[in-house]
Design a binder for this molecule. Structure first.
Ligand code: ADP
Ligand code: MG
Length: 174
């Protein structure tokens, strides 16, 4: 299977961590839409949002998705990538889309342990745990809609990688 693999899910679900490990296990290239955006704009996500607003950021994000899409590539996407129907459709057409699913409490605990605030602007300015509940309530349905498969991301990164490889091998068998 040479098609790109897209990892989707909320901030903190492990798209970058798991994506790097998965790419190395498969011998694929790893790309990250947020890192790509930072590289080409020479700005952080927080800076882009401050200067161009979330709508400007979202437009750049759609372009970044197209830029990094290639065969034999694992692509970690920004948490809000699924908000645009265009992005959901594009990912489903071009490759396999996997939702790394984790509870709001798990996501909040991970983000609190490693805040990296400049990389991760809060969406509401409220406590991270409240924000994750709200973000998941708004986006969980979109993640499910966009995904070909849902992976339990509340296990070690190694186990998440194994679960993904297992689900891909099942998908290939049918
Ligand atoms: P994302 O790219 O989805 O925002 P990251 O890969 O950056 O998520 O992970 C966010 C934080 O959670 C990082 O500090 C990372 O080390 C940690 N993390 C990621 N996946 C797991 C996991 N399966 N178990 C425990 N911690 C994890
Ligand atoms: Mg990431």
């Amino acid at each position: 299977m040479s098609l790109p693999l897209y990892l989707i899910g909320a901030r903190g679900c492990g798209k970058t961590t798991v994506g790097q490990a998965l790419a190395s296990a498969l011998g694929y290239t790893f790309r990250d839409t947020d890192s790509h955006l930072q590289l080409i704009t020479q700005r952080t996500v927080a800076e882009i949002v401050a200067e161009e607003g979330w709508s400007g950021f979202r437009q750049r994000e759609t372009q970044a998705l197209k830029d990094v899409t290639a065969p034999f590539t694992v692509i970690a996407t920004g948490g809000g990538m699924v908000l645009a129907a265009e992005n959901r459709r594009y990912m489903r057409e071009k490759g396999s889309v996997l939702y790394l699913n984790a509870d709001a409490g798990v996501l909040a605990a991970r983000l609190e342990a490693y805040p990296e605030k400049d990389q991760r602007p809060t969406l509401t300015g409220r406590p991270i745990a409240d924000e994750m509940i709200e973000v998941l309530a708004a986006r969980d349905g979109l993640y499910h809609d966009a995904a070909h498969g849902v992976i339990n991301a509340m296990q070690t990164p190694e186990s998440v990688v194994e679960a993904i490889i297992h689900s891909l091998s099942l998908a290939r068998a049918v």
